[in-house]
Every structure is written in C-alpha cells, then in structure tokens.
Design a protein around this ligand. Structure first.
Ligand code: GRF
Length: 199
C-alpha cells in the first residue's frame, strides 16, 4: 500500500541529492512530504534551497566538534525532527557521524547515500579513493545507518564505470548523476511498501 512518506532531510552541503528528491516529489514520482530540512551548518546551501522553496528548515547551533555533534545538540536535532512529523531520516550529504540520540529517536529509520560501492571506500572523498585504487567500476550505495561508519545494511547500489581520462571531479559528477536516480528510487520503494520500514 502506498503512503505519503514524511521525510526529514539532513545535509551539510550543496544538497543536490535533496534537490533530486524534491524534484521527484514535485513531479509526482515520489509520494512524500518534506517535513524538515536540517543542517549542522547555518550557511549550508541546502538550507538556502529549502528556504527558497518555502520548506521548513532547522540549523543546529555551532558545534565544538567537526565529525559529530555534542549529545545535547544531537538530542535537540532529534526532537526537532520528531516534532516535524518526520518518520524517515535521509542523510543527504550530512558530514557528521550519527550517534545514540538520533539512532534511538529513529530506530531503523535513517538512511544514507554514499559515493562508492560499499563496503569499498568508506569515509571521505570515496570517488578519489576509487581512482587511487585504480578500480574499473565504482558507484554509489544507499544503506541503513547504524553506529558504524558507512557500515549499515545495504539497500541498493548503482554502478559507475571509471574511465581512463577521469579526474576526481569528473568521476564524482558521474557518481552524483547516479545518486540522483538511486536515492529517489529507494524512497519510492519505501513509500510503496516494496522496501519495508520497521513499525
Ligand atoms: C554525495 O556525494 C553523497 O554521496 C555524500 O555526500 C555528497 C552530498 O552531495 N554522502 P549533495 O550535497 O547532495 O550535492
């Protein structure tokens, strides 16, 4: 049975994946509603995009850490997401590791998009890791988030060939083109019940 998914989006950057989700909603390809777009960075372009489309936003106060949020800040973020009515959290370029407060608030309901064929090339600049490793094929992965780094159960992947003339930028761009198809397609299959959400 199809439902309208209530999405909480977390991002730190440009938000091109979020824009792909939003386009899929606007064109009626994805039965979903954006409940909240939140960022750890008040200046993140993803928030500008959301505001310019009259979508609700939340910016975390500045954090002392680079790779995680203080537990109090993450707790407040989780509360904001819960109050917005979000039922599924999408990490769309969120640059902080998710810890207990969010994992407890949304058990089994947080997914991430990563620019490699996991389990290969976890962590930062995965497209550059793939180039340096001289693999023929890389890609992108949508996976459930647990307390490991890029290690939760894989939902779906898309492959991208590495071309001889590829630079890190050209490879990343082609991976992102696939991300923009993969992420909305996974969300569609969650909305239609093909991929189950925990109760
Ligand atoms: C994407 O490459 C995604 O795989 C990674 O962060 C990047 C976010 O890009 N997790 P954007 O902000 O969606 O353009």
């Amino acid at each position: 049975m199809t439902r309208t998914l209530q999405l909480g989006i977390l991002g730190s950057g440009r938000g091109s994946n979020f824009q792909a989700i939003h386009r899929a909603i606007l064109s009626a390809h994805l039965p979903a509603r954006i409940a909240l777009v939140a960022s750890d960075l008040a200046q993140a372009p993803i928030l500008d995009y959301a505001r310019s489309h009259q979508l609700p936003t939340y910016a975390c106060p500045p954090s002392r850490f680079k790779t995680k949020l203080e537990p109090e800040l993450e707790q407040t973020l989780a509360a904001q997401l819960q109050q917005s009515g979000a039922e599924l959290i999408v990490l769309a370029g969120f640059m902080r590791v998710i810890k207990e407060p969010l994992l407890r608030a949304f058990p089994g309901r947080i997914l991430n998009i990563h620019p490699s064929l996991l389990p290969s090339f976890k962590g930062l600049a995965a497209w550059k890791q793939a180039l340096d490793a001289r693999v023929d094929i890389t890609g992108c992965t949508v996976h459930w988030v647990d307390d490991s780094l890029d290690g939760g159960p894989i939902i779906r992947q898309a492959q991208v060939p590495v071309l001889p003339q590829d630079s890190p930028e050209s490879l990343h761009q082609r991976i992102q083109e696939q991300e923009h198809l993969l992420l909305p397609s996974v969300l569609h299959d969650i909305a239609t019940g093909k991929i189950p959400l925990p109760e």
